[in-house]
Design a binder for this molecule. Structure first.
Ligand SMILES: O=C([O-])CC(=O)C(=O)O
Ligand SMILES: [Mg+2]
Length: 212
């Protein structure tokens, strides 16, 4: 097993793809995005590198610029600046993110076209607060700041942070914080099925649950 310092980002992401996200919750206290932000898109794991957008206005042009700048493996992270009424992400923007090879989309706000977002053949892993029919509009493109630190569900997310999401929630942290615990998480994941088997088999709970 590689020591954290030897891990490349690609190796770390590959290992994090296989670790249960709640297992990371056994080993970390930081980076957990508010549970108000739920998985609303494709039911598969999101794991990638944050490309951030802080929207100061409901400006679809600024979103489109961020979309065309996306690189493969990135998660588009959109801070709506407290606007929980206008959806900046929907079927068209998710298709554009997919065309850029994005790993997912994380929005502190609402999204639209939710059926299309969930579609396994065309959608994306998308995490957001809720859905709305009201969308952003093509304004002058000056309504957004690209690749700046943003606040997402109480977590500060910087460009280049790793963003992970599944049905349980979203975690966003610098690679070093995740590299420090990935091995422990793998060990926990490997041990858990055996523990559950022993609980089901009726072994003494006080022993299995470390109560002496
Ligand atoms: O236009 C928007 O703001 C969102 C949308 O409907 C789409 O991406 O399809
Ligand atoms: Mg749409």
């Amino acid at each position: 097993m590689s020591a954290p310092a030897e891990l490349t980002r690609a190796e770390l992401l590959e290992r994090l793809q296989r670790v249960d996200l709640p297992t990371l919750g056994h080993h970390l206290e930081q980076g957990f995005v508010s549970p108000a932000i739920r998985r609303l898109g494709q039911p598969r794991r999101m794991a990638g590198t944050a490309a951030t957008l802080a929207l100061d206005a409901p400006d679809a042009t600024a979103v489109n610029r961020a979309l065309v700048a996306l690189r493969p493996g990135e998660v588009l992270v959109v801070d709506m600046g407290g606007d929980h009424r206008h959806a900046a992400i929907g079927a068209v923007t998710a298709a554009a993110a997919r065309a850029r090879g994005a790993a997912g989309i994380l929005v502190d706000g609402v999204v639209t076209d939710v059926d299309a977002l969930m579609d396994m053949s065309s959608g994306m892993p998308v995490h957001a607060r809720a859905t709305s029919c009201l969308t952003t509009k093509r304004l002058d493109g000056r309504g957004g700041r690209h690749q700046v630190p943003v606040d997402i569900g109480g977590v500060r997310v910087a460009p280049g942070d790793i963003v992970l999401g599944d049905a349980n929630g979203v975690i966003a942290l610098p690679p070093t914080s995740l590299a420090a615990v990935v091995h422990q998480a793998e060990v926990s994941d490997a041990a858990e099925p055996g523990l559950i088997r022993r609980i089901r088999a009726g072994e003494d709970l006080r022993t299995l649950l470390h109560l002496g």
